[in-house]
Each structure stands twice: as C-alpha cells, then as structure tokens.
Ligand binder design. Structure first.
Ligand SMILES: [Zn+2]
Length: 199
C-alpha cells in the first residue's frame, strides 16, 4: 500500500549533516556525530584519513583496514554478509555502524536484507536511498523510524513503492524533515524507544 501526502517545504536547519559536496565527490552523510573508521565499498565518495574507498565486495586491503563502519550498496553488503557467514572471507568485527545504499543502482534492502546485515555484522544498520548518480535522496537517522527526505518527492520515482507512507510528525532525532516509512520501520522504531526507555 502506498499513501502519498502533500506537505509544505520545511526548514532544513536540522539537517546540516546533508550539506552538498563542493569537491565533485559524494558526501557519505555519516548519520552519527562522530565518524568511526569507515570503509566505503564503491567509488566516487569523499574520503579522508578515517574514510577510505575499497572495491565492491571483499578485498585483503579491506580486512587490513579493519573498518569500524562499512558503507556500500545494499546488494554488495548482503553479498559480503553471506560470504562472511559461510566463512569464504573474514573481516575483523565492526564496532560502529553499517550504511546501506539503496535505490535503482544499489538494490533494495527490505526487511530480509536488513536482518541479514544486522545479524551478521551486529551493528545498527542505516539505510541511505540514493539516485543513479549516487546523490542522497533520503536517509535513516539514529531513531530508526524511517528515512528522512533530503530531496524532492518527485526525485524518488519508483523507489517510493518500497514505502507505505510519509510521516510528517516530529522525529525523536529532532529533524523536521518528512520521513518515508514502512510498517516495519514504524514497528522497529517503537520497539527501539521501548528498549531505550527500559535500558
Ligand atoms: Zn529522525
């Protein structure tokens, strides 16, 4: 089911992490305040001492880098998860997060892909929907209650079919940007809040 809701353009002051790149390379849009040592399985992204690009999939250089966070296309990360689970390759355990790019060139994540990644890597998964050029369209925040739109609804195209509705209510992360939500993301977000309150 898909429900589309009209909304007014909102202030973007709370989304300062999503600043457009001036280098011609794509910003990673790391979703947490402190960027851990991150390996990006792909090319064309901004890199620095703590963030490096690697070929898609597994490589000896990736294992030597011992990333704390991994970022890459959802289909690549799922391939790597299966390869690790079957012990075809090995990697030091992640300690921070996983960033899964989705969209027409990156593949879908879905509930099955998300549980494969979280069960294999045992770190929080953040989805980032990107267009064919890799530009960020919508990104999951630390509240895990859907993907905040950082671009126009029209730019999402057929990717919208993956989502059930658009939530314009306030997000626990503080952002006012509307969120693309699925039934699963609403449920997991609520569970997360319960867990946080209990813990
Ligand atoms: Zn949020």
């Amino acid at each position: 089911m898909k429900i589309l809701i009209r909304w007014k353009q909102r202030e973007r002051g709370s989304s300062r992490r999503f600043i457009p790149s001036t280098s011609g390379r794509l910003p990673l849009a790391y979703p947490l305040p402190i960027m851990a040592r991150t390996a990006i399985l792909g090319a064309g992204f901004e890199t620095h001492a703590n963030v490096r690009e690697f070929p898609p999939g597994w490589s000896p250089a990736l294992a030597r880098f011992a990333p704390e966070s991994l970022a890459g296309p959802a289909q690549t990360l799922c391939w790597l998860a299966r390869a690790l689970a079957s012990k075809r390759v090995s990697l030091p355990p992640l300690r921070a997060i996983l960033i899964a790019f989705t969209g027409e060139t990156y593949g879908e994540l879905g509930a099955a892909g998300r549980s494969l990644l979280s069960e294999t890597f045992r770190v929080p998964v953040f989805e980032q929907m990107r267009n064919a050029s890799g530009e960020l369209l919508a990104a999951e925040c630390a509240a895990h209650t859907g993907l905040h739109l950082v671009n126009s609804l029209q730019s999402l195209g057929s990717a919208l079919l993956e989502f059930d509705s658009i939530d314009q209510g306030p997000c626990p992360c503080g952002s006012l940007l509307p969120r693309l939500v699925t039934a699963e993301s609403v449920k997991s977000g609520n569970d997360g809040h319960k867990a946080a309150a209990a813990g």
